[in-house]
Design a protein around this ligand. Structure first.
Ligand code: FEO
Length: 397
């Protein structure tokens, strides 16, 4: 999208879409791209809110020039977040607009120096400080660890726009529409949750603290650094973040399995059948070897029930399952019910490791735990159905 788009009076979206980067943070797939949202406040002062990844400079500068005019100046750059997908353009911005003052909290200003060697022309603000721009007034709200220690939000008082940093963001580029009322939201919902669960979810307690701080603030527009701008239903995305960061789940289950020759898959199918017989309709079966863990983590965040089944590989978990289990542990997802099962051919290991994960996760283990040698027999498959059924009861309770 080549033109700046006004999101409130004299405030413009000047973000860019990135369809070329395959992996966000070099690890999370971007099948539908991602947007880096930056904003420009015009009026008495020209103020940039965050920048974009350095790979998308030309389009970005073009939009700034359209608003500032050739030879125009930028007075301030407010930095809500220093991760380079937003800060990468800072050195070039500073070269193009040497008079531009960089505004951030102490941690931000330290990172500006450490990433880019910039120490002059900076202003350090603290929590609750305000910046009077004449036609606009900004209030800074420090929200550490949503997603990095320096992250903050900036609230524009006259238009009631919240520039939220990474919070309330999404994977997926903006295909023409940028506002929540211009898009088919159902096409974004999965990517909004995959973004939350993999990027921000680990810091859920800090999201809760941020939401408490924002309570009572009249927010008309939520302008994140990624994804749609929420001008019609900002309460939708704020509400979702509240639910997800309190680990509240929907009724349903993820059945993630690792199977080399189909025997563990057979057990997984029996568990899923048990879930279905128990009345659960939302069942998501995932082969961990063929599904990126970010999608499984997304649905683990969405649903209350998680069943993990693995064959044994080199006396432990199958590698893709080990990776998933480590990621789940790292993300700190809480308050789930767990079922486990597995198989081995000549020596065990998978189920033992899943038991160890159970203890670390703090999730409620649903019985029975099934461990089959080579291939589950009829009784063991019945037990898998029973596991699914018991989980269904736990989910419906
Ligand atoms: Fe979009 Fe934490 O960077």
């Amino acid at each position: 999208m080549h033109d700046p788009i006004e999101i409130a009076k004299n405030i413009y979206w000047i973000g860019v879409n990135d369809y070329e980067t395959d992996l966000f943070e070099a690890q999370w797939p971007l099948p539908e791209g991602v947007s880096y949202n930056s904003y420009l406040i015009t009026g008495d002062k020209m103020v940039l809110i965050d920048t974009v990844k350095k790979t998308h400079l030309s389009q970005y500068v073009e939009k700034i020039r359209k608003l500032a005019g050739d030879g125009g100046t930028i007075d301030y750059l407010v930095i809500n977040h220093m991760e380079p997908d937003h800060s990468g353009a800072i050195p070039i911005m500073k070269q193009l607009f040497p008079e531009m003052n960089i505004v951030g909290n102490k941690k931000t200003i330290d990172l500006v120096k450490e990433f880019y060697g910039i120490t002059a022309g900076v202003t350090t603000i603290t929590d609750g400080d305000e910046l009077d721009l004449g036609s606009h007034r900004l209030r800074f709200v420090l929200t550490p660890m949503v997603h990095w220690p320096e992250t903050m939000m900036t609230y524009e008082r006259s238009s009631r726009v919240l520039f939220a940093g990474d919070a309330f963001g999404s994977f997926k580029a903006l295909d023409g529409g940028i506002f929540d009322d211009e898009i088919d939201r159902s096409r974004y919902d999965d990517e909004i949750l995959r973004y939350f669960s993999n990027i921000v979810g680990k810091y859920s307690p800090m999201v809760q603290k941020a939401l408490v701080k924002l309570k009572g603030t009249d927010i008309r527009v939520v302008a994140s650094t990624h994804g749609p701008v929420w001008r019609t239903s900002p309460e939708y995305i704020i509400g979702k973040y509240d639910i997800w960061s309190r680990y509240i789940a929907e009724t349903g289950a993820v059945v993630a399995y690792a199977s080399m020759y189909g025997n563990t898959l057979k057990m997984a199918e029996a568990v899923s059948r048990g879930l279905s017989l128990g009345g659960i309709k939302e069942i998501r079966m995932y082969d961990v070897a063929r599904t990126h863990p970010s999608s499984i983590i997304r649905d683990a965040w969405r649903y209350k029930g998680i069943v993990l089944g693995s064959c044994t590989y080199e006396m432990g978990l199958f590698p893709a399952m080990r990776n998933l289990v480590e990621l789940l542990q790292e993300k700190g997802l809480k308050d789930r019910v767990l079922g486990i099962f597995g198989s081995f051919a000549w020596t065990g290991g998978a189920v033992k490791n899943l038991r160890s994960f159970t203890e670390k996760s703090g999730w409620r283990l649903i019985e029975p735990v099934i461990e089959a040698k080579c291939a589950a027999d009829g009784h063991q498959l019945d037990e898998c159905v029973r596991l699914g059924n018991s989980m269904a009861k736990a989910l419906s309770a």
